[in-house]
Each structure stands twice: as structure tokens, then as C-alpha cells.
Design a protein around this ligand. Structure first.
Ligand SMILES: [Zn+2]
Length: 282
């Protein structure tokens, strides 16, 4: 089959394996600095995969990572990718009050801009943690000076998602574009087409079918996301976690690199600002 010529947006949430929200109950924040890091190795691996295809991406990076690995953030920017913000400390927006959330996203923006010397325009909430009950977060994102957010996955999931949110980019506030993670629509249901655990759980051909459908039938660019730790079967195992969390975190890590190579070969990939923002904001 001929691949679609439409440019889609590829995104990476740059955090280490021990910062994942689902593992938060098992690793204290105070242990982060003493835990062996894998993020540099894994991001460099991703940079290599993207370079093989001359593809670009947006890296939603934690301010915490920027403070510790500024040279990594510089490598990402120097390779032509967009550096965007994943907040500073990876606390879910639902865990913070308005003031603390605003401080967190302002700090991350300042840290990343200091490193690259370029404006950070995009933000993604940890674990898609903006929902009906904390839509004030959009006011904060605009107030902090971001031009877009990609913080909603319009699906049903036990940890995140607004199933009835718009499926395609929309103005959540004046001057602020929300770019929801891509879903495919079947029988009045939104199915995940934009990555996450599903991409490792389900056969690759399903994701390919869904994205082709969005590009071809709906005529829309897709936005897809993954994490550096998902390409790392050698990451240290976290002790004491429950079976469901263990299954979700460690499943098919050894297949991820091959699947990403296929995804990079089957579609055109670029940065969120170029795919979505350029056409919306003049
Ligand atoms: Zn995250």
C-alpha cells in the first residue's frame, strides 16, 4: 500500500521510567535523584531513529529533566526538533491547585527556554490530567504564555481521558489551541490511534489502519505519542508493583523499536508547531 503523504505530528514525553504516574505510588519523589537514569540513552536512541528517516518531532520535556540534562535538551533542539514542556515535576494537574499548577508550568517553560534560547510554545499535562473538573488549567496554560496544549486523549481509560472531548484541534481558550491525541471513530466510539499502552498491547497493523483512516477518510493529520522508557527493555525493574501496573509498564518493550521503525516508514512525521499551529495561528 502507498503511505499517506500527509504530515502527521510525532510527540515524545521526555521523562525517566521512574517518573511515570502509574509507578508514582512505588517510587518516592525524594528517590528520583538517587535512581539510575536511562533518559539520555533512550532519547539518543529516538534521535537516531528519527535521523534515519529525516523525520522531526516534538519533545514534551520535564523541567526536572532539563535542569539535570541540559545538553540532552540542546541535542534535541540542534537536531531540528521542537522542545516543548511537560511541566516541571510530573505532578498530575488534578493533584495541584491553580497556583501550584501555574508555578510548575511557568518554571518548566523558563528552564527549557534558558537552555535552547528559543520560545517554548507547547505544553502537555502529565498523564493527560486535564478533565471536566479542572478546566481552569487551560486558563493557566494561556496565562503562562503557551500557544498550544496537547493534554487531552478523548477516550475512556481508567486513569485519564475525556471521551466526549473534541477529536480534532480546537480553541480551548482565546489564543490557546488544544491538540487532542488522535482517535479513530468506530460505531460511535473513540478508539486510541495516537499511542500509549495500546500501541504496545495491540498489533501494529491496527494503529496503521486507524491513522490511515484519519488521514485518508477524515483528511486530518494525526498526533501520536510515546515515551523514551518504552524503548528500553533493559530498564531497572521497579520492585513491589501490582500485577496490572507491571503488565502495562513492561509489556512488549522489546518490540517497541521495531514498531516505531514501521510507523516512521509508513507515515510522514513532523513537529506539532509546524503540523498544527502554523495553519491555525497567524
Ligand atoms: Zn508524562
Amino acid at each position: 500500500m502507498v503511505s499517506s503523504a500527509m504530515m502527521n505530528a510525532l510527540t515524545i514525553d521526555v521523562e525517566d521510567y521512574f517518573q511515570v504516574s502509574a509507578l508514582a505510588p512505588f517510587i518516592a519523589r525524594s528517590q528520583w535523584d538517587a535512581t539510575p537514569s536511562r533518559v539520555e540513552r533512550n532519547v539518543d536512541l529516538i534521535l537516531g531513529l528519527l535521523a534515519e528517516r529525516s523525520a522531526n518531532a516534538t519533545f514534551f520535556t520535564l523541567g526536572w529533566i532539563g535542569d539535570r540534562y541540559p545538553q540532552l535538551v540542546r541535542r534535541v533542539a540542534d537536531a531540528g526538533h521542537e522542545v516543548a514542556s511537560h511541566g516541571y515535576g510530573h505532578q498530575r494537574a488534578t493533584e495541584l491547585d491553580r497556583e501550584a499548577f501555574l508555578a510548575d508550568i511557568r518554571l518548566a517553560k523558563a528552564v527549557l527556554e534558558d537552555i535552547t534560547g528559543e520560545e517554548v510554545r507547547g505544553y502537555r499535562a502529565p498523564s493527560f490530567s486535564i478533565g471536566r473538573e479542572n478546566e481552569w488549567a487551560f486558563d493557566c496554560i494561556g496565562e503562562a504564555g503557551y500557544a498550544y496544549s496537547s493534554s487531552i486523549y478523548p477516550i475512556r481509560h481508567d486513569h485519564y481521558g475525556i471521551p466526549d472531548a473534541p477529536r480534532f484541534p480546537y480553541r480551548s481558550r482565546e489564543g490557546l489551541l488544544e491538540v487532542p491525541i488522535t482517535t479513530a471513530r468506530f460505531f460511535s466510539r473513540n478508539l486510541p490511534a495516537g499511542g500509549g499502552g495500546y500501541f504496545r498491547l495491540m498489533p501494529y497493523s491496527m494503529s496503521r489502519w486507524f491513522i490511515r483512516r484519519v488521514n485518508g477518510i477524515e483528511g486530518r493529520p494525526a498526533i501520536f505519542y510515546f515515551h523514551p522508557w518504552e524503548l528500553d527493555p533493559g530498564q531497572p525493574r521497579v520492585e513491589g508493583i501490582d500485577a496490572k501496573t507491571r503488565f502495562r509498564h513492561y509489556l512488549n518493550l522489546d518490540r517497541m523499536q521495531g514498531r516505531l521503525r514501521k510507523l516512521l516508514a509508513d507515515f510522514e512525521w513532523g513537529r506539532v508547531d509546524r503540523v498544527f499551529l502554523a495553519r491555525e495561528v497567524q
